[in-house]
Write a protein that binds this ligand. Structure first.
Ligand SMILES: *Cc1c(COP(=O)(O)O)cnc(C)c1O
Length: 372
């Protein structure tokens, strides 16, 4: 019997271009700390997304933490954040003693509902910052959310960990908020094995982030510290992987889009819909997801288990933060109902690996269809 190769949700796709940059780092013995790859990767990322500054870090979570610090979030401060997301979007608020208030999703992007955000500002007029995620590579209604933040004079932190390369009204996600965060974790659209990037147009903020990320070491011959520091910088080897990967981001995006469109047309007659996006947005289609119609007899776990038995990875939608035991004390604000909870109950993330062949995709589709 032939072994069937596992089909993944999203696994690393290496091109070979990474090795050139890694070898260079080895040859110059610039393995660590920092070095040319870090400097160049920062420049290349800033240029790609259209931000003035980029700071290469050890993870997306580290970038989110520094963004929360830059937003001046202190003990007891309320931060309004996306509810339907991965916990890493919101955990760094707790690192600083802030309190998350979760904002429901809206149906057209699955991301933060601007109406619920307005409602939240009425209830929490002293909220210190907003953290919005572009889930699964789909931009939120960023221009509306940014405008609301401006009205209230608070910074917008954009968690673009999943949306590198996606655009909203012609602008790259991550570069729309005051602080943007990317992740190069193994499952993201490009990967460095692990890493993150903070982008901003604020030169002073970028400088401060670099300072905090290198142990807040003051410019003295000895180690002098006035502030708490972190070991959050990206290594020069890791940045080399990133430079090689970035050359292939557009190619990855195009392949992800084909996967999405293939599912969309092959499943169009079933009682479900694909993860939606606005006409003014171009997602990076990191993950293709489906939402089963209300009252549909097929449940997400039916599909996930059946694919699992065939060595194919699928997953439920991120479990919303307001449903997490960790955050049971935190407030949840909705413009009516609990859409993020609904999406969790009826949604499935489908295999979206760009190495998936036509035959593999056909097999996944036929297995999904056999549930109905
Ligand atoms: C992956 C991810 C993060 C965290 O990035 P790491 O690099 O794994 O720390 C944050 N937010 C979202 C939405 C993510 O998907």
């Amino acid at each position: 019997m032939s072994e069937t190769k596992r089909i993944y949700l999203s696994s690393p796709t290496m091109s070979g271009s990474e090795m050139k940059f890694i070898e260079e780092a080895f040859e110059t013995n610039w393995v660590a700390p920092l070095g040319k790859n870090v400097d160049e990767f920062e420049k290349e990322m800033a240029e790609y997304v259209g931000a003035s500054h980029a700071v290469a870090l050890s993870s997306g979570t580290a970038a989110l933490h520094l963004a929360v610090k830059l937003a001046n979030v202190r003990r007891g401060d309320v931060v309004l954040c996306s509810d339907l997301t991965f916990s890493a979007t919101v955990n760094p608020i707790s690192y600083e003693g802030g309190v998350q208030v979760f904002i429901d999703s809206e149906p057209e992007t699955w991301n933060m509902d601007p109406e619920a955000l307005r409602e939240a500002f009425r209830k929490y007029p002293r909220a210190k910052a907003v953290v919005v995620v572009n889930l699964y590579g789909t931009p939120a209604r960023l221009e509306v959310i940014k405008e609301i933040c401006k009205e209230h004079g608070v910074p917008l932190i954009e968690d673009a960990a999943e949306s590198l390369g996606a655009t909203h009204m012609g602008r790259q996600t991550g570069a729309i908020g005051d602080y943007g965060v990317f992740s190069f974790n193994g499952n993201k659209i490009i990967t460095t094995s692990g890493g993150g990037m903070l982008v901003t147009d604020d030169a002073e903020a970028a400088k401060t982030a670099r300072f905090w990320a290198t142990q807040s070491r003051e410019p003295f011959p000895w180690y002098e510290h006035k502030e708490l520091g972190y070991n959050y910088r990206m290594s020069n080897v890791v940045a080399g992987i990133g430079r090689g990967q970035l050359l292939h981001l557009d190619e990855h995006k195009a392949k992800k889009k084909l996967i999405y469109e293939r599912y969309k047309s092959a499943l169009s007659d079933l009682p479900l819909s694909m993860n939606p996006h606005l006409p003014e947005s171009e997602p990076n289609f990191w993950l293709s997801c489906v939402l089963l119609d209300e009252g549909c007899s097929v449940k997400p776990m039916d599909i996930i288990n059946m694919l699992g038995k065939n060595n194919i990875e699928a997953r439920p939608i991120w479990k919303p933060m307001h449903m997490q035991p960790l955050y049971r004390e935190n407030d949840f604000i909705s413009a009516g109902g609990d859409l993020s909870g609904e999406i969790f109950k009826r949604g499935v993330c489908l295999p979206s690996d760009i190495k998936m062949t036509e035959e593999e995709a056909a097999k996944v589709i036929s297995l999904i269809r056999s549930n109905f």
